[in-house]
Design a protein around this ligand. Structure first.
Ligand code: 5GP
Ligand code: ZN
Length: 111
């Protein structure tokens, strides 16, 4: 066990509603969805937040971002979708393993 819940999910030690995975990233449904479709997309590798990124992560982050529109398409979000990355306590980050929220559907809240 680690003390990072998303590392535990990535390792398969905590069950989750997984919708996509490959060798570098994983996508699963948010446990407390704020929209009809609300996925979290995470790197398998533990990175706490955007603040931790350096050049060694460039390929990983590019891949993660490229996965987002594919997932949105797969989820039927034809007219568009919202992506959010919260960073730090002041940015509303609650889980300190980098993740992109992918949200969409009819009940997408206002921003
Ligand atoms: P943050 O506020 O850090 O950007 O977002 C963390 C998100 O993770 C929240 O939307 C919360 O509902 C979700 N979350 C927290 N713990 C779990 C969990 O154990 N499983 C899943 N699927 N989502 C989680
Ligand atoms: Zn982690």
């Amino acid at each position: 066990m680690t003390d990072c819940i998303f590392c535990e999910i990535a390792a398969g030690r905590i069950p989750t509603d997984k919708v996509y995975e490959d060798d570098r990233v994983l996508a699963f449904r948010d446990i407390n969805p704020k929209a009809a479709v609300h996925l979290l997309v995470i790197p398998r590798q533990h990175v706490a937040s955007l603040d931790e990124l350096d050049g060694s992560h460039d390929e990983l982050i590019a891949h993660l971002v490229r996965v987002l529109p594919r997932l949105a398409r797969d989820q039927g979000l034809e007219t568009g979708y919202r992506t959010i990355i919260n960073t730090g306590a002041g940015g509303g980050q609650e889980v300190f393993h980098l993740h992109a929220h992918l949200m969409g559907g009819s009940d997408l809240p206002g921003f």
